[in-house]
Design a protein around this ligand. Structure first.
Ligand SMILES: *[C@@H]1O[C@H](CO)[C@@H](O)[C@H](O)[C@H]1NC(C)=O
Ligand SMILES: *[C@@H]1O[C@H](CO)[C@@H](O)[C@H](O)[C@H]1NC(C)=O
Ligand SMILES: *[C@@H]1O[C@H](CO)[C@@H](O)[C@H](O)[C@H]1NC(C)=O
Ligand SMILES: *[C@@H]1O[C@H](CO)[C@@H](O)[C@H](O)[C@H]1NC(C)=O
Ligand SMILES: *[C@@H]1O[C@H](CO)[C@@H](O)[C@H](O)[C@H]1NC(C)=O
Ligand SMILES: *[C@@H]1O[C@H](CO)[C@@H](O)[C@H](O)[C@H]1NC(C)=O
Length: 780
């Protein structure tokens, strides 16, 4: 019961009313042809057509005034009916009037946003989720990413059982050879780039391969995190050395290469969903997010594909995004997706900066030192070394962008750069190219104190915003300022963990505040996993180093942890729906760190809230046996679409069937979700009360009595009825009501305040816990 500590968390923020990404809806200004996703009503196909493709092609030809079936970039048959094609905005408007056309969405661009994590998650135990799930052997995990490096030891099929019989997918052969990527570990491999090329021009095949082979590294990393085999003596240049394993080491991997050098497109992602569901994947892992945040569900290809996948029983895990710590930054928020934020582990790579006056500034680094860099070197602030400024300060140079630094002013020196604009490793490359001897990379004020370790090309260490100010003051106060580095390699157990990563995107949910997002957090900082042979650990083009494993950070790394764990739960409980699996992961998640206090926030050092970590940090052993689950059906999700006032058209775009909504569709918070969020508009004349109904299904002991415990947030009343649920059989469903009563607060126009509590049901052995957020907002 250690996780029943009260959450006296209080946080206020200003509500930004129109955060819904307008970008995705806005029509392109000029008449530039671009890619569109067209949904068709296949039931009205004229009889002259024998199959859908020619009908789609002729529909398209009617506006493009050319007959070309190859004008179809994709034909969708499974999760969606329709096609993707290039046309001008005028043609799209015209096409919208054609018979059978249900909707047209301009394509969107999405971006990609472990030795230790199995231990940190307590997977190693001789009994429990690994053996009970047979390490995931019967389950196929689809990875939508940059491809895979099949030669990695993480993808060996040695000793694996035959491919599960439900699998219908296959592999395309690699260009230039007839070798298939497939073995008993990698059971599917396909590529999707038609819309990417339509939007970006032809793929440069010197730089990247049109085969499922990964030339970037991201997809190899995420695939091995979800389902990599056990590999001994894995490390990156000796960092994080140990046995590397994915979450579901025996699960099968199906590669859907949707992402390329400039990102991924929605039309290609949707085509991958179509194929993956047809192939028979059990889990889909998407470590990517739509540019510009959160389009409405009916315009969001990940939400659309995810809905159909959910209906087919496929669990879909997505990354929450790396736009933290700003409020409302969470992405992939559709309630049928599982949204994963990132947290830290108790492993770090300390690297101190020792200033000439003896002051020690702690930072982190993945630079492989031979000791020679650990001597005093002159220290300069990048902005004081701007090219063409002859030593006068420049704001731009502070960011160490290409061409901004004067080589004569940094040669042989340690340069203090600041985060922002170009990538962190790029700054190191710029300093090195201009003759600098080392780099200290300080966070800007908005980055706070959260640090990300990178495999820089020169001696370098990352420090927080406060440390950056200390170093700047030292340099300005001392004409002969020097510093040296001290690199410590890998250290375990010295830092408080888990902590919510600074960059992890935060709630409130910008699309539907009544659904708490992210759902949960998982390790996403400094994750060691397999890497491609075609790109160095920094991913810079100039980085000729090659590593079998790389250490990188992001919600992209957190997401496949949950995908792999979902695969284990699916293997252990084949009848569970995607919603049941998510419920098990959420209601057993914990809120505390190694000091048994509520997890803190890396950005501020303050307590985190469910807006940061959702239901908490994933706990796989507990998720195996959650006691009760909050299940959801397609019908429940359709009721949800009604509750957010979706028109027939929008509802149909998501649900792929005509939806008819009752006159009173209720509140979106009524969805039988494993967390609760009451949102009160203070201008309403009525009292601030809301009654939620939740239904739990018994998956624990047939006969069991659960009693409720509530951690009530300050200034709010919460009543749960009944307070006891007595089950007499497995899969029995019982309902309870939660009444929330809140007084009005005095808030400024547009302000809102949220307080958090917990509702936990326990039978003595299981604890089924849900966070509850109570938000009061004052309209503008
Ligand atoms: C691949 O197979 C085709 C047909 O069997 C053959 O013509 C071609 O030479 C093969 N290519 C390579 C690189 O082995
Ligand atoms: C294609 O990539 C190669 C290797 O990165 C590069 O040298 C070449 O300039 C690129 N070509 C184009 C047209 O961008
Ligand atoms: C791992 O490294 C240790 C020490 O270097 C060595 O003794 C052992 O044989 C290695 N194991 C494998 C599987 O390579
Ligand atoms: C100035 O820097 C030099 C070299 O880094 C150091 O020896 C000296 O103590 C510093 N002076 C002060 C006042 O910090
Ligand atoms: C740059 O500054 C130095 C010393 O402050 C001076 O000698 C030199 O003439 C300046 N160069 C230019 C191009 O202004
Ligand atoms: C839906 O419409 C009803 C009636 O106009 C309104 O009371 C409710 O606030 C709307 N709900 C949402 C989520 O917009």
């Amino acid at each position: 019961m250690s996780n029943m500590v009260p959450v006296k968390v209080y946080r206020s923020f200003v509500v930004v009313v129109l955060l819904v990404a307008v970008g995705a809806m806005a029509a392109p200004a000029e008449e530039k042809p671009t890619s569109y996703i067209v949904r068709m009503d296949k039931s009205i196909m004229p009889l002259v057509f024998t199959s859908h493709s020619p009908w789609y092609a002729s529909t398209l030809a009617s506006v493009k005034r050319s007959i070309a079936e190859d004008g179809l970039l994709h034909v969708y048959n499974v999760v969606f009916h329709g096609f993707a094609a290039v046309m001008t905005p005028t043609q799209a408007t015209e096409l919208e009037k054609s018979p059978g056309v249900v909707s047209i969405i301009p394509d969107t661009v999405a971006q990609l946003r472990t030795t230790h994590s199995p231990d940190f998650l307590h997977l190693q135990a001789p009994v429990g989720i690994w053996p009970e799930a047979d390490y995931g052997s019967d389950v196929v995990v689809g990875i939508f990413d940059t491809g895979i490096w099949p030669e990695s030891a993480s993808f060996s099929d040695e000793g694996m059982a035959p491919v599960p019989s439900h699998w219908k997918g296959s592999c395309i052969a690699e260009e230039g050879s007839n070798t298939s990527f497939c073995n008993k570990k990698i059971v599917g491999a396909r590529v999707f780039y038609a819309s990417y090329e339509a939007m970006n021009g032809p793929i440069n095949e010197t730089a990247e391969l049109k085969s499922p082979r990964d030339s970037i590294g991201h997809g190899t990393h995420t695939a091995s995190t979800a389902a990599g085999r056990s590999v001994q003596n894995a490390s990156m240049f000796g960092f994080a050395a140990g046995t590397a394993r994915g979450m579901a080491p025996m699960a099968r991997i199906a590669v859907y290469k949707t992402c390329w050098a400039n990102g991924c497109t929605g039309a290609d992602i949707l085509a991958a969903f179509d194929q993956a569901v047809l192939d028979g994947v059990d889990v889909i892992s998407l470590s990517l997010g739509i540019d510009g945040g959160t389009p409405p569900y009916y315009l969001d290809p990940i939400a659309l594909g995810g809905f159909a996948a959910m209906e087919h029983g496929v669990f879909v895990a997505t990354a929450a995004g790396n736009r933290g710590p700003s409020d409302f930054s969470v992405e992939n928020v559709a309630p049928w997706l599982t949204t994963v934020g990132a947290s830290t582990m108790d492993r770090s790579f300390p690297a101190d900066v020792i200033l000439g006056n003896g002051e020690v500034i702690s930072g982190i680094s993945l630079y492989k030192s031979d000791g020679s860099e650990e001597q005093d070197m002159p220290l300069v602030i990048a902005s004081d070394a701007a090219l063409g400024n002859n030593g006068t300060s420049s704001f731009v140079a502070n960011l160490c962008t290409a061409g901004s630094l004067d080589p004569s002013l940094i040669r042989g020196k340690i340069v203090l750069c600041e985060r922002g604009d170009n990538s962190r490793v790029d700054k190191g490359e710029v300093v090195k190219a201009e003759g600098g001897a080392g780099m200290i990379l300080a966070n800007s004020a908005s980055d706070g104190e959260g640090l990300i370790a990178d495999c820089h090309m020169l001696p370098a260490t990352a420090v927080g915003a406060r440390s950056g100010s200390i170093i700047r003051r030292f340099i300005h106060s001392n004409k002969s300022a020097t510093a040296r580095f001290k690199f410590y390699g890998t250290r375990l157990g010295i830092n408080r963990a888990p902590v919510v990563a600074s960059f992890s995107s935060r709630g409130p949910n910008p699309e539907t505040q009544e659904i708490l997002k992210p759902d949960l957090v998982a390790p996403g900082v400094d994750i060691l996993a397999a890497w491609t042979g075609l790109s160095g650990p920094s991913t810079l083009a100039t980085d000729s180093r090659r590593v079998k494993f790389n250490i990188i950070s992001g919600t992209s790394m957190a997401c496949p942890h949950v995908s792999g764990l979902a695969a284990l739960l699916k293997a252990a409980h084949p009848s569970w729906t995607p919603s049941a699996i998510r419920s098990a992961l959420m209601t057993t998640a914990y809120l505390t760190d190694s000091t048994t206090h509520i997890m803190t926030d890396e950005a501020t050092g303050k307590l985190s809230t469910p807006f940061d970590f959702g239901s908490g940090h994933v706990d796989p052993q507990k998720a195996l046996d959650p006691g009760l689950i909050y299940d959801l059906t397609t019908h429940d999700y359709i009721t949800f679409l009604c509750s957010i006032n979706y028109t027939k058209q929008a509802g149909r775009m998501v649900a792929r069937q005509a939806i008819s909504c009752p006159r009173n569709s209720g509140n979106p918070g009524d969805l039988n979700y494993p967390s609760l969020s009451a949102v009160f508009d203070q201008s309403s004349a009525s009292a601030l009360t809301r009654i939620f109904t939740r239904t739990v299904t018994n998956v624990g002991n047939a006969r069991s009595d659960y009693t409720v415990q509530v951690v009530v947030p300050q200034g709010v009343q919460i009543t749960v009825k009944p307070t006891k649920l007595s089950f007499t059989g497995l899969n029995q469903k019982l309902s309870y009501k939660v009444m929330v009563k809140a007084g009005k607060l005095s808030l400024g126009a547009g302000e809102s305040e949220t307080v958090f509590g917990l509702i936990s049901w326990t039978d003595g052995s299981h604890v089924v816990q849900s966070p509850i957020a109570v938000t009061r907002q004052e309209p503008y």
